[in-house]
Design a protein around this ligand. Sequence first.
Ligand SMILES: Cc1cc2nc3c(=O)[nH]c(=O)nc-3n(C[C@H](O)[C@H](O)[C@H](O)COP(=O)(O)OP(=O)(O)OC[C@H]3O[C@@H](n4cnc5c(N)ncnc54)[C@H](O)[C@@H]3O)c2cc1C
Length: 477
Amino acid sequence: MKKTSIKAKELSASSRIAGFDEVVSCYTEEEALSEAKRCLQCKDPTCIAGCPVEIDIKKFIVQITRKDYKGAYFTIREKNNFPSICGRVCPAEYQCRKTCVLTKKGSPFASEKAIDIHFLERFAGDWGMKHCSPQFNVVEGRVPARGKLKSAKVAVVGSGPAGLCCAGELARHGVKVVIFETLHAPGGVLRYGIPPFRLPRDVLDFEINYLKKLGVEIVPNFVVGKIKSLDELFAEGFSAVFLGLGAGAPSFMGIPGENLCNIYSANEFLTRVNLMGAYKFPEYHTPVNIGKKTIVIGGGNTAMDAARVALRLQRLNNIKPNVNIFYRRTENEMPARKPEIEHAKEEGINFRFLVQPAEFIGDKEGYVKKIRCLACKLGEPDSSGRRRPLPIKGSEFEESCDIAIIAVGLKANQVLTGVTPRLTLDKYKDIKVNPQTMETSMRCVYAGGDIVGGEGTVIEAMGMAKKAAAAIIAKLA
Ligand SMILES: Cc1cc2nc3c(=O)[nH]c(=O)nc-3n(C[C@H](O)[C@H](O)[C@H](O)COP(=O)(O)OP(=O)(O)OC[C@H]3O[C@@H](n4cnc5c(N)ncnc54)[C@H](O)[C@@H]3O)c2cc1C
């Protein structure tokens, strides 16, 4: 038996940058069986506590070893509405894999020996997608509606993982759910942020289709807070509202020249390409400028996605790829997932560490041409626990670029919260909730996902949404 986890196959770097095809393959049946058999089947499995929705990991892995793939699929579905999505995007190395007993206690992330739980989850999820239609899932997953729930109607604002998960949980219990979404297509970051080479859109569409079959209604192009207020939704007969507004507003650095042309926020850049099909311009109406040299500022997942998309666009337009990531700390402090950093490197993205942008410099027409930076050294750890970057006096240097993408963080948009003064917010303008129920300061208004506590992960958003759905069910039943 192998001592280290089995790696899923990947497209070669040269073929993957030629388009937007999925990079990482699903385990074959043989690979899944071998990996599942490595699991020690601990009497007291620690991995479950590492999962924000507490999937019965031990049980579904045993089911895989017995080739009971349908059983494994429904074991996951009991706790996680989106197995194939989470099997692709979950940072398992910081969650369930980190708490696998094969990882040494106290390690900051999973060791090579830890069971590759999320590849097994993806195997079971993809098996379910292939063999169980959304209609079949509905029959298996539905819980008999009881009491007043049968006539209850709940509004969900936002269709990211938090909103979709809450809607799914409520609909499973027989509650009528309407999702209101600002954009023209549902999915939140899963659609407009994470590129299709990490999360193919047919996977997302399968799960959304499942919710529709459960009876969830999705109303796109509807900005709650502009078109209707929360009070108006209650007046229309909704008994409760869940807010899954996400953290969709980009942060900027506040340095001179940041408003020059061809400087994008990563959110705008990714939304144009992923949601609005800019990479197919003029077939799709949204254009995106593709330069000869792109600099992406930041070190998180968003920076990695933006850089890898920018590289593919250059390639598709027959431009010699030249994409650079500038980050003010070192690789050790980068918040992006390790596999994403590795993929970016393999694809030819250049990394410059310990550099802090100070100014963008443009030409007469107002287009960015250069970036002025300072070199940094690391100081003492800051409140995030990471060592603080300290700019070095006199270390200025300039670097040419014709596209810059800023990926230095996201925060709450205040379209709805700004017109709803009865919602109590924290100092970051995120919504405050009762952590046991996710109820906000407004009665029967619940919240979860990135709008509570800031940027997190897909599965954390889903964990909060499930907690809120349980509290809504308890209140309305
Ligand atoms: C580029 C990128 C890559 C990422 N990669 C990963 C990853 O690999 N793994 C991982 O676990 N996490 C990743 N994350 C983080 C993860 O995507 C988020 O934590 C998660 O999407 C949060 O879910 P949410 O439902 O709270 O918000 P969102 O996904 O942001 O969805 C919120 C939705 O609400 C809508 N909305 C907002 N206001 C209103 C309103 N007033 N009326 C109607 N609709 C409204 C928005 O349009 C949006 O569709 C990534 C994030 C980004 C930006």
